[in-house]
Design a protein around this ligand. Structure first.
Ligand code: ADP
Ligand code: ZN
Length: 562
């Protein structure tokens, strides 16, 4: 309750203004601070740029004792410490790169009575692998000098997230050893399954959860057909809309990064490339030049990601298809942290789907290509199948010419977004294309029946394949070609069929559930029927209408396939 006064309320407001120079609090900041300062375990889901750092830095300043912050990247830590120093707040860090005596000095200084340090930043492997740190924490705790644990980028704990790091799983030890010390877990990645996983792995108790809309109103989304003049198109787009401004172009491979860079330079842009095979020194150099605006454009693989907190990134362009909607959302999220209007443009062609699919089947580079100094992210533990499903979702996102892009992204993150709030800031909402309402009740009914008939244990990608009459391996393996509805949707394009299927999910007629399919925790997302909601469709009591571009013919399906 934000209207209630806590003993620290005055102090909080004073320091927010004086030390951090903020006039007010952003949504949820005050409530999060009050919860963690009351001693609760807190889980925060807040989009990038929402202001997560303040929610622990401000308490660190006004509470007695040290705040221990676990953060995945040395570069992130250095950034934070520099910012804090500018506000005259002292913070130390321990990382694998430092020599031993240096680390001991810091630990000793922390335990000294008049230590100047308010926060200690460490990388997760320090907690998992360094007994010495734990011993020092125990000693601090015995003098009541351990204020709070903060887990930044907490989704890294979860194998279901897109950034799993094995070292994060060792963090469960903190709550085991120090059950009374409050923990604050922060992330900008928000699927429900990830949240559950994180709460469990960290051992949070009676957790207070803060979650706010993940919509980023200042980002403008569009999908553009990718032709062989793609680089000319990108050049024109930048010159016309973001001349001399700063942006990222995400590319599929190292070779693409270098090629795109070279071409853009020829067109007169200040561009550089960034990918996982460059040595760390070179990468840091490029990132620094970009941060200081000496380079405008970085052409990068997804290795360029976490830890970028440049506030004025004005555009994020995808030169090729992202691997999942979740990943796409995160990558776009690097634009416009300062709240100013920024563009997210995705260049899409179907042949990129084949390329990405091939890369996935080769086992890489998936979401996990980032080498981070010394800490290589392990494979995310997802099955090939669920990776392919994620990719297919991305394809149907791109091929969807009707629904609001925000709606499509946010539904995927478990949030229902009212697309009238988009206010024409995505290509589909602002399109002048004529749309026609069509009755898709019969198609909807057949899709629901197929989910039922196949025992409610298949993914949406499989149901679409099956409905359109595919004879792929999975169809044959389960004998699904013998079902009477096999091929009943042959007249539909893949994107139409999957759009209708996903519409049923957004209407709660079908429900997606996550299934851990083996010991290694690989997961897949499967469909089941929500009986009560589906009843009126199956009985014919309810019709389903959807809008389609007028050129698309959604004709009546035949009962017996082609
Ligand atoms: P996140 O970690 O959630 O991505 P940050 O903590 O880096 O976000 O904050 C993003 C930006 O917003 C920073 O430049 C920060 O100084 C600014 N900011 C945070 N809280 C406030 C506030 N209450 N008022 C004004 N600016 C703020
Ligand atoms: Zn929209």
């Amino acid at each position: 309750d934000s209207s209630r006064d806590f003993p620290w309320t005055k102090n909080l407001e004073l320091n927010n203004k004086r030390v951090f120079g903020n006039h007010s609090f952003r949504p949820n900041q005050r409530e999060i601070i009050n919860a963690t300062m009351s001693g609760c375990d807190v889980f925060v889901l807040m989009p990038t740029g929402g202001g997560k750092s303040l929610t622990y830095q401000l308490p660190a300043l006004i509470c007695a004792g040290i705040t221990l912050v676990i953060s995945p990247l040395v570069s992130l830590i250095q950034d934070q410490i520099m910012n804090l120093l500018q506000a005259n707040i002292h913070a130390a860090s321990l990382s694998a790169g430092m020599d031993w005596t240096q680390q001991l000095d810091i630990l000793r200084e922390l335990s000294s009575e008049n230590s100047k340090y308010r926060l200690l930043y460490v990388t997760p492997e320090k907690v998992a692998k360094s007994d010495s740190l734990l011993r020092h924490l125990e000693s601090l705790n015995s003098h009541s000098l351990l204020a709070r644990f903060v887990i930044d980028e907490a989704h890294c704990v979860s194998q279901w997230g897109h950034d799993f790091r094995p070292d994060y799983q060792g963090l469960g030890i903190l709550k085991k050893k120090f059950p009374k010390i409050p923990m604050l877990a922060l992330t900008a990645t928000a699927t429900a399954s990830v949240k559950e996983d994180v709460v469990q792995a960290l051992g949070l108790v009676n957790t207070v959860v803060f979650r706010q809309s993940f919509n980023r109103p200042n980002l403008w989304y569009s999908v553009v057909p990718k032709t062989n003049k793609c680089l000319e198109d990108i050049d024109q787009f930048i010159k016309k809309n973001h001349f001399d401004e700063c942006g990222i172009i995400y590319c599929l491979s190292k070779m693409d990064c270098e090629k795109v860079t070279e071409t853009l330079r020829k067109f007169g842009h200040k561009a550089a490339f960034y990918h996982g095979s460059m040595d760390p020194g070179k990468r840091a150099f490029v990132q620094k030049k970009w941060s200081k605006d000496e380079i405008n454009i970085i052409c990068a693989t997804v290795a360029f990601g976490m830890g970028i907190n440049k506030p004025d990134v004005r555009f994020v362009i995808h030169h090729s298809l992202p691997k999942s909607i979740e990943g796409y959302y995160q990558e776009c999220g690097r634009a416009g942290r300062d709240g100013q209007r920024s563009s997210c443009v995705l260049y899409y062609c179907y042949s990129d789907y084949i390329r990405v699919k091939h890369m996935i089947s080769q086992g890489g580079p998936g979401q996990s290509t980032m080498t981070t100094g010394y800490n290589r992210i392990a494979s995310s533990g997802r099955t090939l199948e669920s990776n392919t499903d994620n990719l297919l979702r991305m394809v149907s996102y791109c091929e969807n010419e009707v629904d609001c892009r925000r709606f499509l992204q946010l539904v995927h993150l478990g949030e229902i977004f009212d697309s009238t709030n988009c206010k024409n800031t995505c290509d589909n909402c602002s399109s002048s294309k004529t749309l026609i309402e069509k009755d898709v009740t019969l198609i909807g009914r057949q899709l629901v029946e197929l989910v039922k008939l196949t025992g409610e244990r298949f993914s949406s990608a499989h149901i679409v394949e099956l409905y359109r009459g595919s004879l792929n391996q999975t169809v044959k393996k389960h004998g699904h070609e013998t079902l009477h509805l096999h091929g009943a949707g042959k007249h539909l394009s893949k994107s139409e069929a999957s759009r209708i299927l996903h519409y049923l999910v957004t209407k709660d007629i079908l429900t997606e559930y996550v299934k851990k399919s083996d010991l290694y925790g690989s997961v897949s997302s499967l469909l089941k029927v929500n009986r009560s909601k589906a009843a009126s469709i199956l009985s014919g009591g309810q019709t389903i209408e959807m809008r389609f571009p007028s050129a698309v013919k959604v004709v009546k399906p035949s009962k017996h396939g082609p």
